[in-house]
Design a binder for this molecule. Structure first.
Ligand code: CAA
Length: 260
């Protein structure tokens, strides 16, 4: 489907999804969320896509939140529906079997911070600003921020951001574990692509199972999570990539993974 608010580029196994509403600082309205959902359904199956990068168009904003103008007159039931749509999209991103990297090129606020939280890895440009400023609008985060932020950076820090509505800059986002690394704005996409290329060079089954183990394991108790890890670890030994990876190590050569 052709998209109105997304640009999609693909090269060398890396698909870059660009949220493209620069006049509204790439704010997420209903159509953008529906397009993102459709894109992720497609990219999950797309053979040319091994890693996905999400970024915003322009140099000022990753995503400045859910679209405030579109939300202003929603009824309670419509707002609940809108939040459910947002949750569904974040889930498609989070549950995608392929790694998803957020390249945060400016403001990542409200729904934008929440979308970054749904990604596996966050790389921040030096002008990135993260925040959950919903209390300034008389609302709370609605696309998973109250849950994923606390799980990622801890309850105390998450509550500080959510209750004050304050933004943190790139350095602080790195310090509190919200961003994985900070790079100069002009190197942002290149850095994200280099990381994607490193991931692509590994056995794709192992990458997929590792993501599954971390994501699903965090939702259950440690004992069952470790048991789950053992099952997935065992499954790796049914792949040609495991044979190749170990053989290559013992033969002191580079592994040639086939994703099989
Ligand atoms: N929704 C709709 N439009 C937005 C927007 C948003 N979230 N954020 C920015 N815009 C629009 C502005 O209205 C403005 O449009 P006009 O040019 O037509 O007036 C344009 O983008 C540029 O914005 P500013 O003039 O405000 O730019 P700035 O550089 O002075 O400030 C900013 C940038 C700090 C990001 C500021 O725009 C801002 O505070 N935006 C709102 C951030 C916010 O509150 N996000 C949370 C939204 S609620 C949410 O996301 C709920 C949820 O969890 C689901």
């Amino acid at each position: 489907m052709p998209y109105k608010n997304l640009l999609i580029e693909n090269e060398n196994g890396i698909t870059t999804v660009i949220i493209n509403r620069p006049k509204a600082m790439n704010a997420l309205n209903e159509l953008t969320l529906i397009e993102l959902q459709d894109a992720f359904i497609h990219l999950t199956e797309d053979k040319a896509t091994q890693v996905i990068i999400i970024t915003g168009s322009g140099e000022k904003a990753f995503i400045a939140g859910a679209d405030i103008a579109a939300m202003q007159s929603l009824t309670a039931l419509e707002a609940r529906q809108f939040a459910k749509l947002g949750h569904q999209v974040m889930r498609y991103i989070e549950a995608c079997p392929k790694p998803v990297i957020a390249a945060v090129n400016g403001f990542a606020l409200g729904g934008g911070c929440e979308l970054a939280l749904g990604c596996d890895i966050r790389i921040a440009a030096d002008n990135a600003r993260f925040g959950q400023p919903e209390v300034n609008l008389g609302i709370i985060p609605g696309f998973g921020g109250t849950q994923r932020l606390a799980r990622l950076i801890g309850k105390g820090r998450a509550l500080e951001l959510i209750l004050t509505g304050n933004m943190v800059d790139a350095a602080e986002s790195y310090r509190i574990g919200l961003a994985n690394k900070i790079v100069p704005q002009e190197q942002l996409l290149e850095t994200a692509k280099q990381m994607a290329t490193t991931i692509i060079s590994k056995g794709s089954y192992a990458v997929r199972l590792a993501k599954e183990a971390v994501r699903n394991g965090l939702e259950i108790d440690l004992e069952r999570a470790n048991q789950y890890e053992s099952e997935l670890f065992g499954l790796c030994f049914a792949t040609a990539d495991q044979k190749e990876g170990m053989e290559a190590f013992l033969e002191k050569r580079q592994a040639d993974f086939k994703g099989a």
